[in-house]
Design a protein. Structure first.
Length: 361
């Protein structure tokens, strides 16, 4: 994850097969980034990067393989989440090249889930797919988690900072349309708050087909499951997952879903619970949960599962609000909220499946 007061200068950066390589930190303040003379060689949009309240200058950007080049030249232009900004407004990035802009025989595109983070948490199928991939595309933090054997074996690695989802997904697709075998990576599973769906949407918007690219998904262990394993057995009965990120889902919808889940007997996994911009979202979540559940309800708090700074605690729901201002809860944290039957035994959360009503043991 990024830290405050970081300076990232990117000059004459060039990607081997599709777009300029952007390496800005996300959700930071007091950070300057300048990109000049960036170029794309193989068919995807070139997107400049910027951060909050920071001027972003990008000059002489060009795409060399029939795809669009989008940059931000206005000093007032910035990205709302510290990622690539493709225009002078806060509008979503638009897809550039279409299937008609590529002459090569298409390669393969695979969405690969890395699991919780550590190399041993990756499935054998995921490792094999990444070793076979010519190009690997992903969020910078996830690329940094890859074993050296995988990164050293790839022809090219392309990464973008947080919130560059559209630009890097299009980059991966364009590289595949240009004839390369490409893996786009994410932590956890590609179908859980990740890019498998976005990839299919962009493929469709380009006039291509999933069959044309031999598109495939390699599943990984989602954060809900890997974090649950660290606190015992909290999710063995009916469960739901809700993200507190309102970047793509508005907060009234998130609040409605929290109410619906909290008043029923679901265990709840909370993704993306806290960021500098989303203090209110976290506080509102705690308020809704406490409206429907006993303050003594167990909650597993897992920070940075599978990484060097992993922290695990089991707390009571009533303690959750005060944890928002601590290092324990941030964007790498997953919350596992028990239901009315969940209890703590031997420092482990247990949610009964119901066997005790049918069997004697």
């Amino acid at each position: 994850m990024s830290t405050d007061n970081t300076t990232d200068a990117s000059t004459e950066t060039e990607s081997k097969c599709g777009a300029s390589e952007a390496r800005s930190a996300s959700e930071t303040e007091s950070k300057a980034e300048t990109e000049t003379d960036t170029a794309s060689k193989c068919g995807a949009s070139t997107a400049s990067s910027s951060t909050e309240t920071t001027p972003d200058t990008s000059d002489d950007s060009a795409s060399k393989c029939g795809a669009s080049s989008s940059s931000s030249s206005s000093s007032s232009s910035s990205s709302s989440c510290g990622a690539s900004s493709s225009s002078e407004s806060d509008e979503e990035e638009e897809v550039g090249a279409t299937v008609d802009d590529f002459d090569a025989e298409p390669g393969q595109l695979i969405a690969v889930g890395l699991g919780p983070g550590q190399p041993e948490g990756m499935t054998a199928r995921a490792r094999s797919a990444l070793l076979d991939a010519e190009h690997i595309v992903g969020y910078t933090t996830y690329v940094d988690l890859l074993p050296d054997k995988i990164t050293d074996g790839a022809d090219d690695i392309y990464d973008t900072p947080m919130c560059g989802e559209v630009s890097r997904t299009e980059e991966a697709i364009d590289r595949a349309l240009a004839g390369n075998d490409v893996a786009i990576i994410g932590s956890g599973d590609p179908n859980v708050y990740a890019l498998a769906g976005l990839a299919l949407e962009i493929i469709e918007s380009k006039g291509a087909t999933a069959t044309m690219l031999d598109f495939d998904v390699v599943p990984g262990v989602p954060a809900a499951q890997s974090c649950a394993a660290r606190v015992g057995a909290p999710l063995v009965n009916d469960t739901v997952s809700i993200s507190l990120s309102d970047h793509l889902t508005d907060m009234p919808t998130i609040e409605s879903r929290l109410h619906a889940a909290a008043k029923e007997g679901f265990t709840i996994t909370i993704y993306n619970p806290w960021s500098r911009k989303r203090r209110d979202n976290y506080e509102k979540c705690c308020e809704i949960l406490l409206e429907h559940r006993d303050p003594k309800t167990p909650v597993g708090v897992v920070h940075a599962a599978g990484r060097e700074d992993e922290q695990v605690e089991i707390v009571e729901l009533g303690e959750l609000p005060e944890l928002g201002e601590t290092d324990l809860v941030d964007m790498t944290t997953t919350l596992l909220v028990g239901n009315e039957d969940t209890y703590v035994w031997d420092d482990r959360m247990v949610t009964p499946r119901g066997y005790e009503t049918k069997y004697d043991y």
